[in-house]
Design a protein around this ligand. Structure first.
Ligand code: TA6
Length: 271
């Protein structure tokens, strides 16, 4: 099987590895502390046979399970953009960051026949910024859901905490029950939540550092960890991997219609 194309940016601020397959950042290591911010499974498949387990998967043009009409074919969870090769449009060196632009030239597919354009712009500086930008080039509005499904590397999920989330969340592990966000946010079981308050910043408090996750253009934040039992369902995760990552996702999950001739940008910045 062919290997997907990866490239690494190494500038004064950080190093980052990006896969053209899926337009997916796989690694981000700031130079000031040389700590890897992203988790990448050692069992991730890099042969283009399936989405890469880790980094920042681009979920587009829908989030989660396909909810539309049947298309006589299996519809991939989280859309198909992360399962396609993207084109490197430009790579621009600036003082504060290297800015990489990737484009999915043919972005139509089963479930998404609409005239559209989609780009991912990645800025590698002291922080990492990823922007997923969708343009409606047609004459009618179309539904869009999406997420930057980021896997954050952590030392141990069981001693991790989050801050910045509040309000109601929808709990996938409890049949989408609507529940209150705990004031002390820790992990003790499989966690799969859509937080309906669009927090501008979520902090991940690990033992060695706090990682700030800033979001723009979102309507929700998804938090996921499969825990021990859940991990067994993933061939591309080691049984103990659940301890080493948490997903904090900048997401558009609540039924967004992109008007004709307009553009929407979903952006996550990691420090
Ligand atoms: O974002 C959380 C989630 O939807 C979970 O329910 C789980 O399915 C996870 O994404 C991983 O999905 P994937 O299709 O990448 O295996």
């Amino acid at each position: 099987m062919t290997q997907v194309t990866l490239f690494t940016i190494d500038n004064a601020h950080a190093t980052a590895t990006i896969s053209l397959y899926g337009a997916q950042v796989l690694s981000f290591i700031p130079k000031h502390d040389r700590r890897e911010r992203l988790f990448l499974s050692k069992k991730a498949l890099l042969d283009g046979s399936k989405s890469i387990r880790g980094g920042i998967p681009v979920c587009w043009p829908w989030f989660g399970a396909w909810k539309g009409a049947s298309h006589g074919t299996a519809m991939p969870a989280h859309g198909y953009a992360r399962n396609r090769p993207w084109r490197l449009v430009s790579m621009i060196e600036a003082a504060a960051a290297t800015v990489v632009t990737l484009k999915l030239d043919d972005c139509t597919g089963p479930g998404f026949p609409h005239p559209a354009g989609v780009e991912v712009v990645i800025a590698i500086g002291r922080k990492l910024s990823v922007a997923l930008t969708t343009t409606n080039s047609g004459s009618t509005a179309f539904p869009l859901s999406a997420a930057l499904h980021s896997y954050f590397a952590v030392s141990n999920i069981e001693i991790l905490s989050l801050s910045g989330l509040k309000g109601i969340y929808s709990d996938k592990t409890r049949d989408w029950a609507m529940l209150d966000t705990p004031s002390i946010y820790r992990f003790t079981e499989e966690t799969d939540r859509i937080h309906l308050h669009a927090a501008a910043q979520v902090d991940i408090h690990d033992t060695d550092c706090t990682v700030a996750v800033q979001s723009l253009g979102h309507d929700s934040i998804v938090v996921w960890n499969p825990w021990a039992d859940g991990s067994k369902a993933f061939a591309d995760l080691d049984a103990a991997d659940y301890r080493r990552f948490v997903c904090v996702e900048t997401a558009l999950t609540q039924g967004f219609m992109l008007a004709p001739g307009t553009t929407h940008s979903l952006q996550q910045t990691i420090s």
